[in-house]
Design a protein. Structure first.
Length: 241
């Protein structure tokens, strides 16, 4: 029969209980460390991704507009389809062989805007009325694009040699190009081209400003030499009761 004091057994049992508890706490800390590191790395990655790809605070409407212009260095705003009618004559063998050619040569002329000339000096922002005023440079009339594949020719003469025919065609091509340039500068076509340019610029600027958070803005567009749009009249005061 074991007559050892109970106090020794109790003391020994209590001492044996502490090491497992400490080992459990140490093991929990070791297991939690990888998860803590993973969460920190994940948070850092999310923050860096937000800085790189998240929405930016475009507080300057002029800067937002200039970015929209930078995406299109040259903008074609209008195209005119023309059909110059020209005629040329040719004489050979001291006038014994005379020939004449009438030609209708379709041509297309593009009207473009050089947006690389746009800077802050050509724009102004009215914060009170959410209005952007834009001053555009003059339109550029491009070189006519002649569609000689669809040209129609009428030739007159007793005998037209191959050389004479080539000379008549060359002359008519030059005349058609020159006439297309003159027709493209017609005031009616220029008015249509300017109207199309203003509509295109309004659309190209209003949408980026809306996306940037400026709401429904008003974009006034004019060309060099045109008078600015009149300022909106102030609202009439409400009648007193």
């Amino acid at each position: 029969m074991d007559h050892r004091p109970l106090t020794d057994t109790a003391t020994r049992s209590g001492a044996d209980l502490h090491p497992p508890v400490q080992r459990q706490h140490s093991l929990a800390r070791v297991q939690a460390l990888p998860w803590l590191l993973f969460i920190m790395v994940l948070a850092l990655a999310v923050w860096l991704g937000w800085r790189a790809f998240g929405p930016q605070d475009n507080g300057d409407p002029l800067a937002t507009s200039l970015v929209a212009f930078e995406k299109q260095n040259r903008l074609t705003v209008f195209s005119a389809q023309l059909s110059p009618v020209v005629a040329s004559e040719d004489s050979r063998l001291f006038g014994a062989l005379r020939s004449r050619q009438v030609a209708v040569i379709p041509a297309r002329v593009d009207y473009t805007l050089d947006l690389s000339a746009m800077d802050r000096k050509r724009m102004s922002w009215n914060d009170a009325s959410d209005t952007l005023d834009v001053q555009l440079p003059a339109l550029t009339i491009g070189r006519p694009n002649l569609d000689e594949g669809r040209a129609q020719y009428l030739r007159e003469g007793l005998w037209i040699t191959r050389t004479a025919q080539d000379e008549l065609t060359r002359k008519n091509t030059a005349l058609a190009e020159r006439q297309a340039v003159e027709q493209a500068a017609n005031p009616v076509l220029l008015t249509l081209a300017r109207g199309a340019a203003k509509d295109a610029i309004r659309q190209n600027l209003a949408i980026p400003l809306q996306v940037a958070g400026f709401g429904n803005v008003t974009v006034n567009v004019r060309f060099d030499g045109e008078a600015p749009a009149p300022a909106p009249a102030p609202a009439a005061p409400a009648p007193a009761n």
